[in-house]
Design a protein around this ligand. Structure first.
Ligand code: ADP
Ligand code: 5GP
Length: 189
């Protein structure tokens, strides 16, 4: 049987990666992470093939032309991110449920494409102030990169009504519980 698709989107720094790390190894959910391709440089402890497939922008554009992506976006000017068709096949083909950390436009497009086979979850920061604190606290981005991400956050928040479910990530344990419960119900249905 083909696995289902779980989409998590949010402004950068809202806690998507943190939440995914807490549930990815929960065998009851039978998840596989969709490793995206990106043309940005690795951040902190990120590893190629685990967090992302890190490729050059030139290679990214070549693979767009080759039709290798299910979806892709230029999330920040000059920086591309995309989901490879081979990645969707690798995970869902093995019967696992694919969990994707993708931007708001990509999330809405993937939901449209897969319909009831996909569950889309929007992770909401408690406020823009808290979002700024988290981006600074993460300690992985320059001031310039943080400013670029915050400038886009308000626009990204406007996409929340297009998602199946919104979870506010204030208390991390509570947010993880809500996401886990929603996925459990979805994959049982
Ligand atoms: P994203 O993947 O959405 O860009 P991260 O998961 O990297 O965001 O989280 C951004 C920062 O906020 C990290 O340093 C993380 O440890 C911290 N964080 C995540 N969730 C919470 C929370 N509920 N309370 C406090 N800090 C959090
Ligand atoms: P970051 O640089 O913080 O890892 O990710 C920046 C943004 O790119 C986030 O909103 C993240 O969800 C998004 N993103 C990561 N991978 C993909 C992808 O494959 N497709 C799309 N559309 N967005 C992605």
């Amino acid at each position: 049987m083909q696995g289902k698709i779980i989409i998590l989107s949010a402004p950068s720094g809202s806690g998507k990666s943190t939440i995914i790390k807490q549930i990815i190894d929960d065998e009851a959910l039978h998840l596989g992470f969709s490793v995206s391709a990106t043309s940005r440089a690795p951040r902190g402890q990120e590893k190629d093939g685990v967090d992302y497939y890190f490729i050059s922008d030139e290679e990214f554009l070549r693979r767009i032309d080759a039709g290798d992506f299910v979806e892709w976006e230029e999330v920040y000017a000059g920086t591309h991110y995309g989901t490879l068709a081979s990645e969707v096949e690798r995970v869902t083909g093995s019967g696992r449920n694919l969990i994707m950390d993708i931007d708001v436009k990509g999330g809405v497009n993937v939901k449209k494409r897969y319909g009831s086979r996909a569950l889309s979850i929007f992770i909401m920061p408690p406020s823009l102030e808290v979002l700024s604190e988290r981006l600074h606290g993460r300690g992985t981005d320059s001031e310039e990169v943080i400013a670029r991400r915050l400038a886009k956050a308000e626009y990204e928040l406007s996409f929340a009504p297009h998602y199946d479910l919104t979870v506010v990530n204030d208390d991390l344990d509570a947010a993880v519980r809500k996401v886990r419960r929603a996925i459990t119900e979805f994959i049982a249905g």
